[in-house]
Write a new protein. Structure first.
Length: 263
């Protein structure tokens, strides 16, 4: 029975991966912008870098990217063919999205255990979601802040299967994951960890400039107190939501300030 279930899991995941592959060729645009990849040897190669995901499935950008090098572009042909690259092929990539905004992704080793153990969908659907997150360690994470403290945005991976009463729950859970990525960081090339309000206070404490602003209450994004508790001594859900929603503001205000003013 266990072997049958395991086989079914791999079959479902393999089918889903194949179904999301994009085999269409690409037609050059008149205002084409070149991005680049960094290969495993550290070589920078310019070319057209096409994001594999979009607003509906942003986690796909963490698994694969499509690339054609400038040297491989044949302008005599109407359409160009892409190579599909994954975290085992390259170290990082820079692409331009549909709004011509630059997007920078780096290969990191990080397992999203928070989403892995958050099996909100339950049953087989929840087990597949857990499998999808706990088996991925090498992945592309988007750089949202570079510097002494580097911050990445990372999405969890939703379930690839749901049925019956699980469908509505799975869709709601996927929507939550789509709108609520994790923010993880590495300080001066160290271990990658999840960025929280409490961690933000700790990692800036070695800088007198930032610590002084924290003590004086100058950082608005750090004023929410994670230790506010209900009468039963438990964190109120709305307070947890407030703390988590504050992380992007912490990145822009506190981490930017540290990177610009601290050694």
């Amino acid at each position: 029975m266990k072997k049958t279930l395991l086989f079914s899991l791999f079959t479902l995941i393999s089918f889903n991966t194949y179904a999301q592959e994009d085999h269409t060729d690409y037609e050059l645009r008149t205002d084409e912008k070149y991005g680049y990849i960094i290969d495993k040897g550290g070589k920078k190669i310019e070319g057209i870098v096409r994001l594999n995901g979009d607003a509906m499935n942003p986690w796909s950008n963490q698994k694969k990217v499509k690339f054609v090098a400038v040297s491989d572009i044949d302008k005599s042909k109407k359409k160009q063919k892409f190579k599909t690259l994954d975290p085992d092929d390259i170290k990082e990539y820079v692409a331009f999205d549909e709004n011509n905004d630059e997007r920078h992704f780096e290969m990191i080793k990080y397992t999203n255990t928070k989403e892995g153990f958050n099996t909100a969908t339950g049953g087989l659907s929840g087990n597949i979601k857990a499998f999808n997150n706990l088996t991925k360690s090498n992945q592309f994470a988007e750089v949202v802040k570079d510097g002494k403290i580097k911050v990445y945005k990372l999405y969890g991976y939703p379930t690839t299967f749901s049925a019956g009463g699980q469908i509505a729950v799975a869709e709601k859970e996927t929507e939550r994951m789509r709108n609520s990525p994790s923010y993880i960081y590495s300080k001066k090339g160290g271990k990658i960890e999840e960025l929280t309000l409490a961690k933000a206070k700790m990692i800036i404490a070695d800088c007198s400039y930032a610590k002084g602003k924290l003590t004086s209450g100058s950082y608005a994004s750090l004023k929410n107190d994670e230790k506010k508790r209900s009468g039963l001594g438990k964190l109120i859900k709305s307070q947890i939501d407030d703390v988590m929603s504050n992380v992007p503001q912490i990145v822009e205000e506190v981490i930017t300030d540290y990177n610009e003013n601290c050694k």
